[in-house]
Design a protein. Structure first.
Length: 432
């Protein structure tokens, strides 16, 4: 395999070194190209650009492979759980019993949101978009914990561990509090003796005098959903967290920026768009064929939401796992959701249709996740908040790779300028 490349421009050759990752991914190192040749590289949306070296997640979109720190997602889904996988993503190894206990205790100790911080919720209309509230309340963690709003954790790991536990645990609690606030219900305090997911369900659905009784299948399904969302290479929101963290911004502020990116319907907001799509098909009495025909028009407003992916040109392995878990859960709960039948029909039809086959469009993580969340009793408005809670370990791990990189530099992409060339100022009286 070549470890050098060369670029010929006019009659000049520019030698470039080649980087090869541990899974054989190859990249041409163009860091010196502009200085040597005067040429930039152009890659709108960075779809063919490696912005960093990372040891967290390996993803092969053509083969439909996803691994966290080398462990296949299928094995983690079968044998692990969200908190253990979060530890793996953040710290690089599966925790032994002692480290797992310590991590869990840290999360439980920092589950509550202080009374002063609870006042922030009152500043929002009850029908405000939950992701807008989540982004700003998470950003305020930097104001409430200024001693942790620093980025030199690469040296001070004890503070990093504390900031990590607070970010994971409090973002989960803020999510539950948003649900309560939007529904005009009093907040339910976290319980120290409840595991992460059970505590979330308790804070969402318990009432003042009646604790929510968590059905094991429900907590397990939520656990699996969060695990599958834990990280996903340099997706839009994670790349945003790295971008903001590269300016030495603190963890909470960087995560808040990632939440903003995740809220977009082309990214984390897709699970909400999938449910709206399925509900519209159901309400129109369409068996899905009319919708599929419209989705093939190519217009962005008619897309088959939950299908296609910026990287996967094969099945998103998470979609397969969630699809099966969805069927199992609905069967166990005795729920017969017509939207699942519609989703399965759309899936079967699209996978046989030349339009989708030729464009390598397959179901992604969002295609079934909404149906499983609905079965858990989680409202559509909270779907992307759940995605954010699941993605927090990946954001933390990526932020730490940036903060701890001694050779790191601030992200500062260049551009190709296509605006007006130089011109003189025109005084008001001479303007048309
Ligand atoms: C997530 O990056 C990540 O890792 C993200 C994520 C994560 O875990 O962080 O995996 C989470 O964001 C999953 C993706 C959720 N988004 C959706 O489900 C929205 C629907 N999908 C599409 O909008 C689209 O597929 C994207 C945005 C996901 C990917 O877009 P691309 O790769 O830029 O594809 P494209 O827009 O260039 O489309 C290529 C062709 C076009 O047709 P032609 O111009 O070639 O004729 O495919 C068509 C598109 O019109 N197309 C679709 C389609 N997606 C692409 N046609 C119908 N329905 C779709 N869903």
């Amino acid at each position: 395999m070549a470890n050098t490349a060369s670029l010929k421009i006019d009659d000049k050759e520019f030698p470039l070194s080649v980087m090869i990752g541990t899974e054989g991914e190859k990249a041409i190192d163009v860091r010196k190209l502009r200085a040597d040749s005067g040429y930039l590289c152009y890659d709108q949306g960075y779809g063919n650009t490696g912005s960093c070296e990372s040891a967290l997640t390996y993803l092969d979109g053509d083969a439909g492979i996803l691994r966290f720190r080398g462990y296949p997602i299928e094995q983690l889904a079968l044998h692990s759980n969200f908190i253990e996988t979060a530890y793996l993503v953040i710290y690089g190894e599966l925790p032994n019993a002692e480290k797992r206990k310590e991590f869990g205790l840290n999360l439980r100790q920092h589950a509550a949101i202080e009374t002063q911080m609870q006042k922030i919720f009152e500043g929002y209309p009850k029908d405000a978009p939950p992701m807008a509230m989540l982004a700003s309340i998470v950003a305020s963690l930097a104001a409430h914990y200024p001693h942790l709003a620093t980025n030199d954790f690469s040296k001070d790991l004890a503070s990093f561990d504390l900031a990590t536990a607070m970010a994971m645990s409090k973002i989960r609690t803020i999510g539950a509090m948003l649900y309560r606030y939007m529904n005009g219900k009093p907040y339910i305090a976290p319980k120290q003796d409840l595991p992460f997911c059970e505590n979330f369900l308790h804070m969402m659905f318990s009432e003042a005098h009646q604790d929510y009784v968590s059905v094991p299948e429900v907590a397990r399904a939520l656990n699996l959903l969060l695990l599958l969302h834990a990280d996903h290479e340099q997706n839009c929101s994670t790349a945003t967290v790295r971008m903001v963290g590269s300016s030495s911004a603190n963890l909470f502020t960087s995560i808040s920026a990632g939440i903003g990116a995740l809220s977009g319907p082309l990214h984390g907001g897709a699970n909400v768009a999938v449910m709206q799509m399925l509900q519209n098909i159901h309400d129109d009495g369409d068996d899905g064929s009319r919708f599929i025909a419209a989705a093939k028009s190519g217009s962005k407003s008619n897309r088959l939401m939950g299908f296609g992916h910026a990287v996967y040109r094969n099945f998103d392995p998470r979609a397969k796992i969630i699809g099966q878990a969805c069927e199992d859960l609905l069967k166990k709960l005795g729920v017969n959701d017509p939207l699942l039948d519609i989703a399965k029909r759309l899936n079967e039809t699209a996978l046989k249709d030349e339009y989708f086959i030729s464009r390598k469009l397959y179901p992604n993580v969002d295609f079934y996740s909404g149906i499983i969340m609905r079965a858990l009793g989680i409202p559509v408005s909270m779907f992307t908040v759940i995605f954010a809670i699941g993605r927090t370990p990946g954001w933390i791990a990526n932020w730490r790779e940036v903060a701890a990189n001694p050779k790191g530099r601030i992200y500062r992409p260049r551009q190709i300028y296509v605006g007006p060339t130089v011109r003189d100022f025109v005084p008001m009286e001479k303007r048309t």
